[in-house]
Write a protein that binds this ligand. Sequence first.
Ligand code: CMC
Length: 441
Amino acid sequence: MPKTENCSRDAKIQGTAQLVYKDIKVDLDVVEGTEGELGIDICQLRKNTGMITLDPGYANTGSTISTITFIDGEKGILRHRGIPIEELAEKSRFIEVSYLILFGKLPTKAELDKFSALLAEHAALHSNLEHHFSGFPNDAPPMAILSAMLNAVSCYHKEFLDIVLDEEGFMEATARIMSKVRTIAAYTYRKARGKPFIHPNPSLRYCANFLHMMFSEPYKEYELLPEIEKALNLFFILHADHEQNCSTSTVRMVGSSRANLFSSVSAGVCALWGPLHGGANKMVIEMLESIHSQGKTAQEYLEMAKDKTKGIKLMGFGHRVYKNFDPRAKIIKKQVDKVLKVLNLDDHLLHIAMELEEQALADDYFVSRKLYPNVDFYSGILLRAIGIPLDMFTVMFAIGRMPGWIANWKELLDHNQRISRPRQIYNGPTLRSYVPIEERE
Ligand code: CMC
């Protein structure tokens, strides 16, 4: 059998792996990434052998070769375009990190100014779009509104529906989405509370403008504390990208059909909504509240989370990739302490969370399964301190994840990647005949 044709793009080929099955013998290229990760290239496997691989949940499947984000789950490493998350969290701001993720380099002052100006310019929603909000019930789930509104925005930007965007067009479309997602989020919050919309103020920076639209009143401007602005920047930075997670893979899946950027990120919002993904940040607080209100001890809750018959998990714990620690969780925990101190707040839920963490990390069930706190374990406490209500938590994650989704959509198209279309092993009934209804038992 000939050596398979590879689809490794410009990654190094580091040798071959041999697959032997009955009389089939095939050499498969082993591809090595810049950080030494190895992958067996099976792009031509079915063509050459008639077989496919089986990997539900894709835990062993690389869907792409990417240059955006690197994670080493065993060592707790997260880097965007090579720069460690710890450095970005300490020294950068969300918009600068977004630029890095989107365009592959740290911006010069002029480039950052240009991008910031575009964000400021495009924050407002078309007045017709503002009317859309009255069509949603007051108690509508904010993630449903966000996804619907992002798709609706595309109706007013048909010039960006062409997937072949040049660099300027891509930046223009990106700025509109990143800016408007924040406006949509703030309007969703205000609509649910029967408050009038507060329009964006182009003289404010990204996070400050968001807080202004959320919390200013027509008669009273929101008083911004620098620590709160910093904490929000940090929250968004820590959520900005996370390689091929469920929602990013969804954006890529949708984008692979050459669907436009607006509909692709709108699909990302839907995928993020689930409690096993972005929805976990809300579930963590609900879990902590329920432990508090039911007067349970941390140990009692852990016993329930370990009992598979109960269908309960320790929310904010565990990760598909991180098997040692989630670096984002470490950074956010430190920030929670700082913000609570500055605001002179003592959140009882923080005490419960810390006790749960301490006991879980000493419990063989969690240790043996390599379950550690993930980004969501402490992020909810940070959001509460900023004043963000529970129903908006996952929307906050979506605002933060926008640069990652957009960069992945762009990379997919730059690579001219084939439409995503996995296969399956069929294990249902074999051929049988249709039985008329009167003859059925
Ligand atoms: N509490 C109790 N048991 C758990 C937990 C948990 N939080 N997470 C995993 N396990 C158990 C799981 O039942 C399985 O046990 P066993 O081997 O006995 O069958 C074992 O640990 C391995 O777990 P898994 O389900 O194979 O892990 P996965 O990679 O499929 O799922 C996860 C990863 C994050 C969905 C899962 O750990 C989980 O549901 N965690 C709680 C929800 C959560 O915090 N999600 C946020 C993830 S981070 C932010 C994001 O990217 O969205």
